[in-house]
Structure formats: C-alpha cells, structure tokens
Ligand binder design. Structure first.
Ligand code: SF4
Ligand code: SF4
Length: 125
C-alpha cells in the first residue's frame, strides 16, 4: 500500500503552542535519499527509536502521516490517486508526480540546515 514517497521518513517539528506539525526536508539517517528507500527496513524500529511503525492496532500513528499517504486516505474513505503505483502500475509515478521526497531532501547524516516544507495535513489534492 505504501507509495514510497518517504514523507514519513522526514523529521518533523511540532509547535508546542498550537500542536501543529510541520515537515522538514531532513531525512532520517537510514533513508537512501537517492531512492527514497529505507536502507535497513527489517531492523528500522531497533535502530531508529522515532521510526513510525504503522499499524491498524495503533491508529494514533496515522496522525503523523501526510494527506497524500495511502493509509490515511483509505482510513478516511478516499481512493488512491492516479499517481499511486498500485493504480499507475509504475513505482516511478509517485516521483514523477512530485509527491515524493526524491531529489528534495537532505540526510541528517550530512549536518545541513533544516528547511520547513509544509504543514502536516495540508491537502495535496
Ligand atoms: S507517508 Fe505513507 S505512503 Fe509515504 S512512505 Fe510513509 S507510509 Fe508510505
Ligand atoms: S528507519 Fe527507515 S523507515 Fe524508519 S524513518 Fe528511518 S528511513 Fe524511514
């Protein structure tokens, strides 16, 4: 179901006054920013304590997902968009549609400045 956008692998900032959450363009140290893939998916939860492991048994985890995420969309009764790989039949379509973080992120390993991208929950369509 995952479209491979890697948005959930970006560090986020929460406004402690409003509770609003913003995405940054800084990727988790385990993310391969050239492919938007986790480099150690099997051990991700052990290696990265903040890694968001999604489960229907833990619906609170869905709070952190972007509006484009298929899990959140389906939970809210929406269908999959045309750029979703399960609809297009092509894994690249999520990148071509500009949804993913491919070419737009930096790794936390590189010690670069953080840039805020967008507020969590902003509609994507
Ligand atoms: S935000 Fe959703 S669709 Fe995108 S990588 Fe994370 S789980 Fe997959
Ligand atoms: S450990 Fe892997 S799946 Fe988890 S946030 Fe980091 S790159 Fe993403």
């Amino acid at each position: 179901m995952c479209d491979g956008c890697a948005l959930c692998c970006m560090h986020k900032l929460e406004d402690e006054d409003t509770g609003e959450v913003y995405y940054t363009d800084v990727a988790c140290r385990l993310l391969d920013i050239e492919t938007c893939r986790c480099t150690d998916y099997a051990s991700r939860a052990k290696r990265v304590a903040e890694c968001l492991v999604l489960s229907v048994d833990r619906p609170e985890t869905f709070r952190w997902l972007p509006a484009s995420c298929a899990y959140g969309r389906l939970a809210n009764g929406k269908g999959l968009p045309e750029w979703h790989p399960l609809i297009s039949g092509r894994p690249e379509s999520v990148h071509e549609a500009g949804i993913s973080m491919l070419g737009r992120s930096v790794s936390e390993n590189d010690g670069v400045e953080w840039r805020v991208l967008q507020k969590l929950g902003e509609p994507d369509d």
